[in-house]
Design a protein around this ligand. Structure first.
Ligand code: F6P
Length: 350
């Protein structure tokens, strides 16, 4: 009887998820003769036994499609009532031999625990627009998000320049500033705030004022990562959040630095200042060519790893190579923006 493999996509949706599943399914079905199913809505589908068949027909035409055809959620099997027991039962009942978990630190963190504590056969694929997973140079989805943010910054430049305005662009990225630093450099930002580099409101305002006074510039683009703290020289410190609610993995919903900083800049410099929050636009739609290729390479590698029973590992990009990395290495520590990138970015601040 054919071995049965379940794929799941967990956490925020991300461009390239479908491309991973397409590649993995084609390899597993055509080359290895495995049977493949998709668990609907991430770990939720695994726990509830909610599966859809994945075959050459169902994965046809999805390479370029955003989102995930099997749905996603932030369900944590460890937080559901008898979640892990139910997950094991549903694997048993549905004859599932192995799982390919496609997700970020939360999804892969749960995968790592399930392998270590329960001996489940799981391989991972690193996904997130935030690019904050260790053990891989890049995650898929990040390049697309940076491309989208850069395009939006270019558009906002037109308005900033035409109206003599300062525009604060708030981008995603959770507790790292990867999207902010890359799109800020690519979009020619006049200041960038990232969680890795404590920056006060005074630092930002003084820089914008110098740009005006010394270079005669009447407009500015400031890129702020949602996870950067609002700091003041008197010692004020605030991480802005949309609400106090936390998800099943303990994450707060970040957001608000754009508006708050815009208010401070206008009050302190007198420059007319607006905020634009890019939000989920950064996660939506078709993946870039780069992400389609990376996702395809990850999907093929994950299939190969299942065949070779490399459980507890994930596909990773190191240099130009797709390699295997322990899941624990990916989720143990957040990958922060290196100071070389910050140094590049700050060369262009006044
Ligand atoms: O991890 C991806 C991400 O888009 C983060 O950048 C952001 O903080 C978070 O997800 C938003 O999550 P949600 O869509 O659940 O609000």
């Amino acid at each position: 009887m054919a071995k049965k493999v379940a794929m799941l996509t967990g956490g925020g949706d991300c461009p390239g998820l479908n491309a991973v599943m397409r590649a993995a399914t084609i390899k597993m079905v055509s080359e290895y003769g495995f049977e493949v199913v998709g668990a609907r809505r991430g770990w939720k589908g695994m726990v509830e036994g909610d599966f859809v068949p994945m075959d050459l027909q169902s994965i046809s035409g999805i390479l370029h499609k955003g989102g995930t055809i099997i749905g996603t959620s932030r369900t944590n099997p460890y937080k559901e009532e008898n979640g892990v027991e139910r997950l094991k039962e549903s694997m048993e009942k549905n004859g599932i031999w192995a799982i390919i978990g496609i997700g970020g630190d939360d999804t892969l963190g749960a995968a790592d625990k399930l392998v270590k504590e329960h001996g489940l056969n799981i391989v991972g694929v690193p996904k997130t627009i935030d690019n904050d997973l260790s053990a891989t140079d890049y995650t898929f989805g990040f390049d697309t998000a940076v491309g989208i943010a850069t395009e939006q910054i270019d558009r906002l430049h037109s308005t900033a320049e035409s109206h003599d305005r300062t525009i604060v662009v708030e981008v995603m990225g959770r507790h790292t500033g990867w999207i902010a630093i890359m799109s800020g450099i690519a979009g020619g930002a006049d200041y960038i705030l990232i969680p890795e580099v404590p920056t006060t409101v005074e630092d930002v305002c003084e820089s914008l004022q110098r740009r005006h006074d010394e270079r005669g510039k009447n407009f500015n683009i400031v890129v702020a990562s949602e996870g950067a703290k609002m700091l003041t020289r008197e010692g004020g410190e605030q991480l802005l959040t949309i609400s106090d609610k936390v998800d099943a993995f303990g994450n707060v919903q970040l957001g608000g630095i754009g508006e708050a900083l815009a208010g401070e800049i206008e009050a302190r410099t007198g420059f007319e200042t607006r905020a634009t929050v890019l939000g989920h636009i950064q996660r939506g739609g078709t993946p870039s060519a780069h992400d389609r290729i990376l996702s395809t390479r990850f999907g093929l590698k994950a299939a190969e790893m299942v065949k070779e029973e490399k459980f507890g590992f994930m596909a990773a990009l190191q240099g130009d190579d797709i390699v295997e990395a322990p899941l624990a290495d990916a989720v143990g520590e957040r990958k922060m923006v290196p100071m070389e990138l910050w140094d590049i970015a700050k060369t262009f601040f006044s």
